[in-house]
Ligand binder design. Structure first.
Ligand code: PLP
Length: 361
């Protein structure tokens, strides 16, 4: 059977060469006589995998030495609680920019642990833009300032980071991690669920500045304390071993086959441009987001008719372009074009959209 072009927002495509390598190594990983799924996480051979995974992430993302890389479980959603439990412990205040559903969930969860303040929101226009921020609205003694860097559901992204001064900037980068270079030093903490751009679901990556570790509240569960992971090199308990192994393969793919994050960004910009240029020229389809905030990863669009949207999604799936249905809160379509989506997949999608447009105008 031919592989489909999967435009799902997550879990999403993995690079074909990574899948092939994993398949080759499935029954016998490097003469160990077993798969990575089966081996002890305390074995030398797995230790090498997790260590090289971290080293590769540091290399590819250019993570400064004063940051720890932690491998966790629980998804980005667990970070909505873990961040406040660990960081909201000075003044007990934190600031939030509400740019969509994930940002709002982070805010709501933090509000259970302290004083969570909304600095700005784009809810008035269904999160179709990133609100302008007024520094005078920032809480001067906040423990942190939280943003969602790329809004998976609505298809917007921050193109400029808020200037929070000494207040640690915390960002959910679940749907844009590894899609382009990020200046890690501008952040106190970055977190991401792996299933969009990195690995299968089940791995969560946290990149945290040293000095932010060790401030958790007393009641923080051991497994929700960053210190636990930092002190045990993410091996306090059994880590998501296979996901970490795939993460390592994906990082090797980015470094060796793509040529690093600058190249990755070029490819992602090329893909996004193909789709946005067509949307801007189409008489049938249109993008739903203000141009300057358009995401490189998630591209929502509509025809203006719900029936036609449904017909498009159905016909697209028959042609091998799957999971194009928009999020249930937005409707229409959304094409998620993460790192592993080949340029050719976007070109062929646009070709099909043109065909569909001709038949329906
Ligand atoms: C997918 C996603 C989440 C939720 O991730 P889980 O790993 O399922 O908890 C949170 N934030 C963003 C930006 C996402 O894209």
């Amino acid at each position: 059977m031919a592989r489909v072009y999967n435009f799902s927002a997550g879990p999403s495509m993995l690079p074909e060469s990574v899948l092939k390598k994993a398949a080759l190594e499935m029954l016998d990983y490097q003469n160990s006589g077993q798969s990575v799924m089966e081996m002890s996480h305390r074995s030398k051979i797995f230790e090498t995998i997790i260590q090289s995974c971290e080293a590769l992430l540091r290399e590819v993302m250019e993570i400064p030495d004063n940051y720890k890389v932690l491998f966790l479980q629980g998804g980005a959603s667990s970070q909505f609680a873990m961040v406040p439990l660990n960081l909201m412990t000075g003044s007990g205040k934190a600031d939030f920019v509400i740019t969509g559903q994930w940002a709002n969930k982070a805010y709501q969860e933090a509000a259970r642990y302290g004083q969570a303040n909304i600095v700005a929101s784009s809810k008035d226009k269904t999160f179709s833009y990133i609100p302008k921020l007024d520094k005078s609205e920032f809480t001067p003694d906040a423990d942190y300032f939280h943003i969602c860097l790329n809004n998976t559901i609505y298809g917007t992204r921050f193109t400029e980071l808020p200037d929070t001064g000494d207040i640690p900037l915390v960002a959910d980068i679940s749907s844009c991690i590894l899609s382009e270079p990020i200046d890690v030093s501008k952040f106190g903490l970055l977190y991401a669920g792996a299933q969009k751009n990195v690995a299968p679901a089940g791995l969560t990556i946290v990149i945290i500045r040293d000095d932010l570790i060790g401030k958790a509240r007393d009641i923080t569960p051991t497994m929700f304390n960053y210190k636990t992971y930092s002190e045990h090199n993410s091996m306090y308990n059994t880590p998501p071993c296979y996901q970490i192994y795939i993460c390592k393969l994906v990082l090797e793919w980015i470094r060796d086959e793509i040529g690093g994050l600058k190249k990755m960004k070029e490819i992602n910009e090329k893909k996004a441009k193909i789709l946005y240029d067509y949307l801007d020229s189409s008489a049938l389809f249109r993008g739903t987001v203000e141009k300057e905030y358009r995401s490189l990863m998630n591209v929502p669009f509509v025809t203006g008719s719900e029936d036609l949207d449904a017909e498009f999604v159905k016909q697209a799936a028959e042609r091998g372009f799957v999971n194009l249905k928009g999020h249930r809160t937005v409707g229409g379509m959304r094409a998620s074009i993460y790192n592993a989506m080949p340029v050719e997949g976007v070109e062929k999608l646009v070709e099909f959209m043109r065909e569909f447009e001709e038949k329906h105008s």
